[in-house]
Design a protein around this ligand. Structure first.
Ligand SMILES: [Zn+2]
Length: 698
């Protein structure tokens, strides 16, 4: 009896807390919008606790089901578990970026172990995996539809890829390898940071500052003061290093700084030469225990590329014409430099930044302040919404009755051409202390269907554009207009989602595919036909002069081949480290130099090493994935070329892009979706043409 009384007491407590907690009650707002005006900090932890308990109970119920495992009672049930947790996380983790404070950070810290514990509860759940496996083994006899088949296959592979299928002894080995890898990755990152911070260059003689503009000197004087030094101090953070290399005329100091920057964590106290080898070795062993030949095979398998061979082929196709073009660009800079007082026979790497900047100034001088008056924020937003109208028939209606999470946030009801509600769209443009820097798209809720009920998405677009004042409107740079279009492209991907399963809809697609909808939108920022429609001087109303846009375009492709080769070198090095089946004889630096020698466009500096500070692949999430930047560029260039061919506002092309890409999420293999839209596999030539590295055949 006592037991029952206790239970009843708990129920009451839960009930009363539910009544007060807006995160746990059904929203009364139109479309079930989050009641941001009612959510307080103290609501989060109890909501998370209840949501996690609920999610665990749902997983337990799947496992405890006495019926034989089926698609519905296992795969679908798992897909639909944790809905409260999704809702609460969707709100909390997004506000943690966009409207945070110390208390929010504290809540996040407190939550972190609880969330990890819950994730492990699912991913290491042996009986759950056995049920999934049973269903997966019958996959071809179940008469599943395409999206169901893929959901089943992805769920199964997700578990297998984290070691669920290993024997108990292998599981133990695997667990140790993963743990060791995560510690080493942390160590790698720490070493890079410590090595970066360990170096400073202090200058006390103003004669050594030749070439540096006032803002660079001021920042360096500030840094010196902070460190209790005289004069000017430069360090290896990019805002200090970058401008010094760009403007300084002091070759000796540039050489010193360049060497410091490019030998970070090479030897010494914060050495990563050995860390790199250890990480590569662990990844070889992880791949092998999971049944893959190399780590690159493992990493590319669930992406659009699927195999290292496909990645290497793309890299080779881009590199082939880019390498001679890059050498030509470097030669051009050299001859310009020699005509302007440079006395050496070759440009060293530490000379390049300065002379390429000089060349750019002389040929493509283009000032942000020239363009900004034509890009008033309000007219840019109208133009971007209007573009979605022209392409897809979308309409945006502002809803002042739906609360945002901050007073700067505006909320729109996005409607389809026939007036059907598609999404809520939250836009949050201006910087403030509670928001992190940068620009991003996210969702408070994704699209999905649960039984007959469809949940339409709540999309959010966040930027840090200059705030308007009483005297001046918010004016965007051309870069910011491009950013707006980029994030709006991600937003469209979320808004137009049409799927059944949340894990497959909207932007839930492979990493090397997710930037297609966003990057393709950037193209319109360079199309006179689009710009002419709205770019007017905010004071005079005069339209944007055509020659300014031509200049923007020319500046954009300046050193395109050189930059492309740089990016490809990173991709090649990444693939080389992750295509090993055994550690190479050569040490880290010799291995790297042998890999990159065929791609060199500048003299080699024997001391330098990229790998020891290549955080993307040794401590970030980009191992065997650096290529995805270029992969996405090829996708968008090739996809946009169809718009170029048929017209940049062509409704048929747009409809096909919507039907095959934007609405589909990952309900089917991304490579199949792409082929259906474009009629062929992504063609690297499209990017080479766009960058002006090759010319169209007449
Ligand atoms: Zn993006």
């Amino acid at each position: 009896m006592k037991h029952i009384a206790l239970l009843a007491g708990t129920m009451l407590a839960v009930l009363s807390c539910t009544m007060e907690n807006p995160l746990l009650t059904e929203s009364k707002l139109p479309f079930g919008a989050p009641p941001f005006d009612k959510i307080r900090h103290e609501h989060y932890l109890p909501a998370f606790e209840q949501a996690i308990a609920e999610a665990k109970a749902e997983v337990d119920a799947i496992v405890a089901n006495p019926d034989a495992p089926t698609f519905d009672n296992t795969i679908l049930a798992l897909e639909q578990s944790g809905q409260t947790l999704d809702r609460v996380s969707g709100i909390f983790y997004n506000l943690l970026e966009a409207d945070t404070d110390e208390q929010m950070q504290q809540i996040a810290e407190e939550l972190s172990p609880k969330m990890t514990e819950y994730e492990m509860y699912v991913s290491l759940n042996e009986p759950l995996f056995q049920r999934i496996k049973t269903v997966w083994e019958q996959r071809d006899q179940l008469g599943l539809e395409k999206d169901q088949y893929k959901l089943l296959d992805d769920s199964y592979k997700g578990f297998v890829r984290s070691g669920a299928n290993l024997s108990p002894s292998d599981k133990e080995v695997y667990g140790k390898l993963v743990e060791e890898l995560s510690l080493l990755s942390l160590q790698f990152g720490k070493n890079v940071l410590a090595a970066t911070n360990a170096f400073t260059l202090n200058v006390t003689d103003p004669a050594q500052l030749t070439g540096l503009p006032e803002f660079v000197r001021e920042a360096a004087a500030e840094t010196a003061k902070e460190k209790g030094q005289e004069g000017w101090t430069f360090d290896l953070s990019y805002p200090s290093y970058g401008p010094f290399m760009k403007y300084s005329t002091n070759r000796d100091l540039k050489r010193q700084l360049y060497l410091a920057y490019n030998t970070k964590a090479v030897g010494g106290e914060n050495d990563n030469l050995e860390t790199v080898r250890k990480i590569a070795d662990l990844r070889i062993r992880i791949a092998r225990i999971l049944g893959y030949e190399t780590y690159a095979d493992y990493a590319t398998e669930d992406r659009m590329a699927k195999t290292p061979a496909a990645v290497n082929e793309l890299i080779a196709k881009l590199l082939d014409p880019s390498l001679p073009a890059a050498k030509k660009e470097v030669a051009q800079i050299l001859s310009y430099a020699r005509a302007n007082g440079f006395e050496e026979e070759v440009l060293q790497p530490w000379d390049f930044s300065y002379w390429s900047e000089q060349y750019k100034d002389a040929h493509y001088a283009l000032n942000d302040t020239l363009l900004k008056p034509y890009f008033q924020l309000e007219s840019c937003i109208d133009a971007v919404f209007g573009l979605a109208g022209r392409l897809y028939g979308l309409q945006f209606e502002e809803r002042s009755d739906i609360p945002g999470y901050h007073k700067d946030v505006k909320v729109y009801d996005v409607k389809d051409e026939d007036g059907k509600h598609l999404a809520l769209f939250y836009v949050d443009f201006f910087p403030r202390e509670s928001k992190r820097g940068g620009a991003w798209m996210t969702e408070f809720r994704g699209q999905r269907r649960i039984g007959e009920v469809e949940q339409r998405p709540f999309i959010s677009l966040v930027t840090n554009f200059t705030k308007p004042t009483a005297q001046n409107p918010s004016l965007l740079t051309h870069d910011e207009l491009t950013t707006l279009l980029h994030e709006f492209g991600h937003s469209l991907h979320g808004m137009m989602a049409e799927g059944r399963y949340g894990s497959q809809t909207g932007t839930n697609v492979a990493r090397d595919f997710v930037e297609l909808p966003s990057q393709i939108m950037e193209n319109w920022a360079f199309e006179p036909e689009f710009l002419d429609g709205f770019a007017r001087h905010y004071r005079t109303g005069e339209p944007l002069p055509a020659e300014l846009i031509e200049k923007v375009e020319a500046a954009k492709n300046y050193l395109a081949a050189y930059s492309q080769v740089r990016q490809l070198q990173f991709g090649i090095l990444d693939m080389a480290w992750h295509s090993l089946t055994a550690l190479p004889e050569a040490d880290t630096r010799r291995f790297e130099k042998a890999v990159l020698a065929p791609t060199a466009v500048m003299p080699d500096v024997p001391e330098c090493c990229i790998s020891t500070a290549f955080s993307h692949i040794f401590s970030g999430g980009y191992s065997a994935g650096y290529y995805s930047y270029k992969w996405a560029e090829v996708l968008e260039a090739d996809a946009f070329s169809l718009f170029k061919e048929k017209g940049i506002f062509n409704r048929e092309v747009a409809q096909s892009f919507r039907d095959n890409i934007l609405s589909k999420g990952s309900t089917e293999d991304e490579a199949v979706l792409y082929r259906r839209f474009r009629g062929h596999d992504p063609q690297p030539e499209a990017l080479l043409l766009k960058l002006g590295i090759i010319q169209a055949k007449p």
